[in-house]
Design a protein around this ligand. Sequence first.
Ligand code: UDP
Length: 329
Amino acid sequence: MTVLVTGGAGYIGSHMVWELLDHGEEVVVLDRLSTGFDWAVPEAAELVVGDIGDQKLVEQTMKRRGVDAVIHFAGSIIVPESVSDPLGYYLNNTVKSRALIESAVRCGVKHFIFSSTAAVYGSPEKIPVTEENPLVPESPYGTSKLMTELMLRDTAAAHDFAYTALRYFNVSGADPKKRTGQSTKGATHLIKVACETATGKRPHMEVFGEDYPTRDGTCVRDYIHVSDLVNAHYLALERLRKGRGSLVANCGYGRGYSVLEVIDTVKRVSGKNFAVAKSGRRPGDAVAIVASAERCFAELGWKPAHDDLEEIVTHALNWENLLARRNRL
Ligand code: UDP
């Protein structure tokens, strides 16, 4: 039995590959290396360079390696980019996911885990957000992910096929053993940006909006350690293999931090008092998004091991320092 990880050369995907290898799984990665890096794929996993929409390649790989489960991370993830290029997002995230799901069905792959997002909820009125919250994405990115969830739902109803869609909140941090981390160029996520500023890669950073109705005026998010997130996927894989059926679940910790709290933590942990400029609101930002993770706890038996903002930041900074040293060589 082999697990096919699409996007396994990227940030979350490469952590997933390590998680699977740590559990003794056989792994094949499919990645076209548009944003990921071949060096991020551990040697113990096979890397197939190609597109998830290339059904010939995907099906050959599934058959050749005896794939029993797909964990699907490959996709485009930048919200503003999805607004300016909606059709590109529907192609990458929806049309190609459709092709991948079809390949799985054709090859008899019965287990499918999908990387979904809290963006399917848009700006939730109630916090914490449960899976029953209305699904009203506010960007083509969120819609493209929701459409894939719906395709999976209907495919599971029609075929011998079960899926888990995990709706991620704010994924951050890096492998505690420093084997991989977030290497994406031009990343826009808060903890990554703050760590790049702390290590001198950026001269300063900006806070987008300080007039929100929150405790300090900045937006609140549920930051979750990437290692806990991939562990939830591993538990989801075990659950699918036991035949427990399809599941949609939030992946967050159920608590939120403001932008200023995150920046203070990065300053404290790094010991660097870097420059932070005030900036206007970023279009499309929701005031506060915090998960209700009850379903993830109950259905997967998930026990987060890194629910600590200082730890998340420490691991993110460790990786940033490692990248900086590598680039200097
Ligand atoms: N943010 C910020 N400065 C940055 C990057 C992000 O103030 O350089 C804010 C952003 O406006 C949002 C929060 O940090 O309120 C989290 O943003 P991020 O892009 O990390 O994740 P999102 O919740 O948008 O997916």
